[in-house]
Write a protein that binds this ligand. Structure first.
Ligand code: ATP
Ligand code: MG
Length: 402
C-alpha cells in the first residue's frame, strides 16, 4: 500500500478555462522532471477536480520526503498541497491513523473538526459515521473539543477505493502558472538583488527562462561569475534546469569609453546588452527580454533612460519590478532565497564603468547619434562568438571559490 499521498491544488490554473488541460499537462511534466531523482518512491496519478495526486509507494525517510516537499512547494502553478497519511479502509485502521496524524499537532490547537468524505461507497459506514467515531476518539485521546463552525484544526478524511487519505495542514505553494506555458524569454541576470527577483517573477508567470549575464572578466574577478551561477542555481528551485549564458563585454566597454560621451556609457552598454539579448532570443526562440529595472529606484532608471535603452530592440522588454519598491523586492528576494547570495560582495560589470555624472534624462536622438559612433553589429557578433554556455541543474552544488 502507498505510505503517503501528496494532494496538490492548482486553483489559478483552473481559472484558465479551455486551456486548463494544457496547463495541467505542463505542470505534471515539470513536476516529473523536478522529481526525477526520487522516481523510485513516487507514482504520479491523473488530475481531477482541481487536484493532482502523487503517491509515495514505499517507506520514505523523513529527509527525502522533505526534499520532495521542497521541490513541490517551489513549482510554479501549484497554489498549495497536503501531505496525507494513508490507512486501510476499515474503521479501526482509519481511527488509528487519524490519532497518529493528529498526535503530531496537539500542541497547536484546542478545538477541532473532522471533515470526512466517502468516495468508496462499498464500506459499511457513511461519512457522518467516520466523523463521529474519529471525532470521539480524538476527544478521548487528547482531550480536545469539537467545534464544527470555527475549529482551530481541521482533519480531513477521504475514504477512497483502496485506502483512506488523512490530512490537515496545507503547505503553501508559489502559485502562478507552470513554467513553459507562456513561452520562452531571456532574463538579463546581474549579480544584484533585483534581476533574480524579476527572473523568478517571469518564471512564475509561466515563462521558461534562459539567463544571460554580461561580465568584464578579467577586469573584474571571476568570483562575480561564480556568484551569478549560485543565483541561477537558486532559481532552478523553481524552473528546474536553467541555461546560463556568460557574455564578455570588456571590449564593448572599452569601445564605448573611447568613442562616446561618458555621460551615456551605461545607457549605451545597456543598449548593446539588449541587442545581444535579442540575438540570443532569436537563437533560443524566445519572445521577450526580462530585466530587473524598477522605475526611479536609482537615478538612472527614469522613463527617458528606459526608453532610450529599449529603443535598441524590437523585442518586448518586460520589467516585472517596474512598480515595486525596494522593500517589497527585498521581501521577495528573501522568500525565494536569492537575497543572501545577492548581497555577497562582488564587482559588477557596470559599477567599474559608471561615469561620475551619468545621464538621467537621456535624449533619444542624442543617444542614437552616440551609438552610431560604434560598430555595434561587429561588437555584438564578437561578444556572441565569445559567449560561454553553462547548464545549471537543480542537483548541482555551486560554491564561490575563496
Ligand atoms: P540588479 O539589482 O538586478 O543588478 P540594479 O538595480 O543594479 O539591478 P541596473 O544596474 O540599472 O539596476 O540594471 C538594470 C537591469 O539591467 C538589471 O536588473 C538587469 O536585468 C540588467 N543588467 C544590468 N547589469 C547586468 C549584467 N551585468 N548582466 C546581465 N544583466 C544586467
Ligand atoms: Mg546591478
Amino acid at each position: 500500500m502507498t505510505s503517503k499521498v501528496l494532494i496538490i491544488n492548482f486553483e489559478e490554473i483552473y481559472l484558465k478555462g479551455q486551456n486548463q488541460r494544457i496547463f495541467i499537462k505542463q505542470l505534471v511534466r515539470n513536476l516529473k522532471r523536478k522529481l526525477v531523482n526520487y522516481k523510485d518512491y513516487l507514482s504520479f496519478s491523473k488530475a481531477f477536480g482541481g487536484s493532482y495526486f502523487i503517491e509515495i509507494i514505499k517507506e520514505i525517510p523523513e529527509d527525502i520526503l522533505s526534499e520532495i516537499v521542497y521541490k513541490v512547494k517551489n513549482t510554479p502553478g501549484i497554489t498549495g498541497f497536503y501531505v496525507a497519511d494513508t490507512s486501510g479502509i476499515t474503521m479501526d485502521e482509519i481511527i488509528e491513523k487519524s490519532l497518529e496524524h493528529v498526535g503530531r499537532y496537539t500542541q497547536e490547537f484546542e478545538s477541532f473538526a473532522v471533515v470526512s468524505k466517502r468516495i468508496n461507497k462499498s464500506v459499511p459506514f457513511d461519512s457522518m459515521e467516520v466523523g463521529r467515531q474519529v471525532g470521539s476518539a480524538i476527544n478521548v485521546a487528547f482531550e480536545k473539543k469539537v467545534n464544527l463552525s470555527h475549529p482551530d484544526f481541521k482533519l480531513h478524511i477521504k475514504v477512497r477505493g483502496k485506502y483512506t487519505l488523512i490530512y490537515s495542514k496545507i503547505i503553501a505553494g508559489v502559485g502562478g502558472f507552470p513554467v513553459g506555458t507562456s513561452g520562452k524569454a531571456i532574463a538579463m541576470l546581474s549579480g544584484g538583488i533585483d534581476s533574480p527577483v524579476s527572473t523568478f517573477m517571469a518564471m512564475n508567470r509561466g515563462l521558461h527562462i534562459t539567463a544571460a549575464h554580461f561580465h568584464s572578466v578579467p577586469k573584474t574577478s571571476p568570483k562575480s561569475i561564480e556568484k551569478v551561477k549560485m543565483l541561477t542555481k537558486k532559481l532552478t528551485d523553481f524552473q528546474g534546469q536553467i541555461k546560463l549564458l556568460l557574455i564578455p563585454v570588456l571590449d564593448i566597454q572599452e569601445a564605448i569609453a573611447k568613442h562616446t560621451d561618458s555621460r551615456l556609457r551605461l545607457i549605451l552598454l545597456r543598449r548593446i546588452m539588449l541587442k545581444i539579448g535579442t540575438k540570443i532570443a532569436e537563437i533560443e526562440k524566445a519572445k521577450a527580454l526580462i530585466t530587473g529595472d524598477s522605475l526611479g529606484q536609482v537615478a538612472s532608471q527614469t522613463l527617458e533612460n528606459m526608453r532610450a535603452t529599449e529603443d535598441a530592440t524590437d523585442l518586448l522588454v518586460l520589467r516585472p519590478l517596474v512598480a515595486l519598491d525596494k522593500k517589497t523586492i527585498i521581501n521577495i528576494a528573501n522568500r525565494i532565497g536569492t537575497f543572501d547570495i545577492s548581497i555577497l560582495p562582488h564587482d559588477d560589470a557596470c559599477s567599474m564603468f559608471t561615469p561620475k555624472s551619468p545621464e538621467t534624462k537621456a535624449q533619444l536622438e542624442y543617444v542614437q547619434s552616440q551609438c552610431a559612433k560604434l560598430d555595434v553589429d561587429a561588437l555584438v557578433q564578437d561578444a556572441i562568438e565569445k559567449m560561454e554556455i553553462v547548464v545549471i541543474n537543480d542537483s548541482e552544488e555551486i560554491v564561490i571559490l575563496k
